[in-house]
Design a protein around this ligand. Structure first.
Ligand code: CA
Length: 219
């Protein structure tokens, strides 16, 4: 999944970036409101983690403009613990949820997972299909009674597919989930990870829709 991190504090930004990348999210990081605007107009994201106190354009304005453009990307706002007013304003401006600063990192990840799940129209946390069971929260994957270990990159390819069973994602869309601005994209990377996933999970789980892309069947 591809996330936009909007955070002007370098130390906080770096620690959140490390955390999210360790979870195999593709993350782009911008440090002011104008850059956030540009990134949101040009990029395609599954979720935005938006700090509200930002230079050049504050987070609330970024959020209001985003919703005025009818962009429905899930937005998680970050607000100070003592600022109830800011939370209310943020939610009323179109944020989907908030998280308090300083972050509890486990809570931050759980809220991100919950929003991604909701955005995909899925309320149930575990995907199951023909004996394959996948839990995005714990990264536990099993085939029958056998536990399966996926690499971070395999996970990054699988997660957006199981988030929307029945929906086809193109190779380009999957590449976007794998890489952020700083990474190079090798041309056959997605195929390589799909091949690895099929070997581990069985050929049925990820279906190739010829000329269009890949999908996992509805559970
Ligand atoms: Ca700030």
């Amino acid at each position: 999944m591809r996330l936009l991190l909007v955070e002007d504090d370098t130390m906080i930004g770096e620690s959140v970036l490390d955390l999210l990348r360790a979870e195999a999210y593709a993350v782009d990081w911008v440090k002011d409101g104008e850059m956030a605007d540009t990134a949101l107009r040009t990029g395609s994201y599954d979720l935005v983690l938006l700090d509200l106190g930002l230079p050049r354009k504050n987070g609330l304005e970024v959020l209001r403009d985003l919703r005025t453009r009818r962009d429905r990307v899930p937005v998680l706002i970050a607000t100070a613990r003592d600022s109830v007013r800011q939370r209310i304003e943020g939610l009323d401006a179109g944020a989907d949820d908030y998280v308090l600063k300083p972050y509890d990192l486990d809570e931050l990840l759980a809220r991100i997972r919950a929003l991604l799940r909701r955005a995909s129209g899925r309320a149930e946390p575990i995907y199951e299909h023909k004996g394959v069971s996948i839990n995005p929260a714990t990264r536990e994957v099993s085939v029958g009674s056998q536990a399966v270990v996926l690499s971070a990159r395999e996970w990054a390819v699988l997660e957006p597919l199981i988030a929307r069973p029945g929906m086809v994602l193109s190779r380009t869309q999957l590449e976007e989930k794998l890489y952020s601005w700083r990474n190079e994209v090798s041309s056959n990377a997605v195929e390589v990870y799909i091949h690895g996933l099929r070997k581990k999970l069985g050929a049925d789980v990820i279906q190739n829709v010829r000329g269009v892309g890949y999908m996992v069947p509805r559970a």
